[in-house]
Design a protein around this ligand. Structure first.
Ligand code: ATP
Ligand code: BTN
Length: 321
């Protein structure tokens, strides 16, 4: 991350001399550099004669040292990047180049953050968490069963530890707080799922994102919007890592069945009328939960209980529910 932004990140005034010394330029050239910073990182800067420069809002930047303390305990290697296209895409590239999993990619910003079904994920720099964990799965389909729901549970618990008390899960793995999306998860696979493969677990959490930073075509919220205070992103990264480690270990040892009740207890739409889009058709039904593999269970009029799973499915709450 840009050195200048690290200094200004505290939201306090810094003199032209101080910033000029960091940049190795004269006082008068500082403003030009700062304007470039505004464009590049979407931050707003104030210039006050006699006092210097400060950011309109303080920033919480990621810290390699803080995040690697926790990850090292789990044997997960950390790659912290400034800007990447997508942390998931970067994980694919690193695996292809021979890097051994498990490892975590964290980025300050993404230029082509992706959601499910190729949708874009808004990823402005220095405001959110863009986190990818690459894992090797050696026990075939069993190791993948219900995995994406378990990741949702892990992220939900991390958010609870960060003070978000009103959040829950939307099948398969979106996290909502106060009816608005706060986090999304994208699992991608490489290799042979029936044998040895790698799963790339991508997690996007809206942390301190400013409403002016993005245009998103559905209601969204952030940790900051829910708690009212600027969140420390490195602390939240550590909460996510701890929680993922705990839930993934349970999943590896006991399978999804042991976490199914926990998932259903946090399901926002449990017992509600929903519509499922399967691409070509729409199915209406009462959501009665998930099965032992994490598939959606719907009670459909005239057809009884039906189970659905797959990446192309999209669930919506019925208005009269
Ligand atoms: P589903 O796939 O279950 O229909 P969804 O409509 O949320 O859920 P996803 O593919 O899971 O779709 O997520 C991508 C969508 O999320 C984007 O199309 C956009 O509407 C929204 N989105 C993009 N960036 C963000 C963000 N940072 N925070 C919240 N929502 C976002
Ligand atoms: C969704 O709700 O559709 C999933 C969004 C997943 C976004 C995260 S951000 C980190 C990782 N890198 C990506 O490009 N996507 C995931």
């Amino acid at each position: 991350m840009n050195n200048l932004l690290r200094i200004l990140g505290d939201g306090r005034f810094h003199s032209g001399e101080e910033l000029g010394a960091v940049l190795g330029v004269s006082r008068s050239a500082v403003w030009k550099h700062l304007q470039r910073l505004e464009g590049e990182y979407g931050v707003e800067l104030f210039r006050v004669p006699g006092r210097g420069y400060r950011l309109a809002e303080p920033l919480s930047l990621l810290s390699y040292e803080e995040s690697s303390v926790v990850l090292t305990r789990f044997g997960w290697q950390l790659c912290l990047q400034d800007t990447v296209d997508s942390t998931n895409a970067e994980a694919f590239r690193l695996l292809q180049s021979g890097m051994a999993a498990p490892f975590v990619i964290l980025a300050e910003g993404q230029t082509a953050g992706r959601g499910r079904r190729g949708r874009p994920w808004a990823s402005p720099p220095a405001q959110n968490i863009y986190y990818t964990l690459a894992l090797k799965i050696s026990n075939g389909p069993q190791g993948l069963s219900g995995l994406s729901l378990v990741v949702g549970l892990a992220v939900l618990q991390a958010l609870r530890h960060a003070g978000i008390n009103n959040a829950g899960l939307k099948w398969p793995n979106d996290i909502y707080a106060n009816g608005k999306k706060i986090a999304g998860i994208l699992l991608e696979l490489t290799g042979d799922p029936a044998d040895v493969c790698h799963v790339i677990i991508g997690i996007g959490i809206n942390v301190n994102m400013a409403a002016t930073a993005v245009e998103i075509d559905q209601p969204w919220t952030s940790v900051r919007a829910q708690t009212g205070v600027l969140a420390n992103r490195s602390e939240l990264v550590n909460l996510v890592s701890e929680s993922l480690h705990l839930y993934l270990s349970r999943h590896a040892q006991e399978g999804f069945s042991s976490l199914r009740d926990d998932w259903e207890a946090n399901n926002l739409w449990q017992g509600k009328l929903c519509t499922l889009s399967t691409g070509s058709q729409q199915v209406k039904g009462l959501m009665i939960g998930v099965n032992e593999f994490g598939a959606l269970r719907l009670l459909v009029d005239g057809q009884g209980e039906q189970h659905f799973s797959g990446g192309e499915l999209s669930l919506r709450l019925d208005h009269d529910s």
